[in-house]
Every structure is written in C-alpha cells, then in structure tokens.
Design a binder for this molecule. Sequence first.
Ligand code: ZN
Length: 104
Amino acid sequence: MTRSCSAVGCSTRDTVLSRKRGYSFHQFPTDTIQRSKWIRAVNRVDPRSKKIWIPGPSAMLCSKHFHESDFESYGIRRKLKKGAVPSVSLYEVLKSRCSPRCTS
Ligand SMILES: [Zn+2]
C-alpha cells in the first residue's frame, strides 16, 4: 500500500518518484503536546464523526508543509528538528491544486 500525506488537499504520495523530487514524509510525533500541535495545524475534520481528525498510526505529512529551516540534514537524508510544527502551505497547497473557478 502506498502511503500518502495526511494534509487536507495534499495528495503527495510516498513513491520513489516523489522521493526523487526531494519530498520526504514524516510521521506524527509521539509526544502528546507536539502531536496536538500537528493535529491543530492540519486542522482536518473527520468526515464521519464531524470531529477533529485524529491521525492513525500510519498518518504522515510530507515535507511541503515544513520550512526548510525545520529540517536537519544528514548527508542526503533529512530529519525534522525537534519541536518542528507543520506551518507551511497547509492551505496554499490546497489553493494551488484548486481549479480557477473555486477561488471565488
Ligand atoms: Zn503534503
């Protein structure tokens, strides 16, 4: 099964191609406070319960949602810094994927 990004409107999938393009994928933190920050940032609603969406064990976000400065590099590998919270383009990604008629 191909894993994909959990952000609303983002459909980046964890494939060889997306890795080649430089995207990385990051699982939700296990730390409760850090995790709730991510959940709030993602701001996703569960369509069934209409409640705030809770990430499952395989939920992850792609690197599009983080600033370059949120990463630490280890050679060709990138790792998120401790305390990094997704802040980038959770909505911009959505907008840029949107067709022109849904901007109004
Ligand atoms: Zn994404």
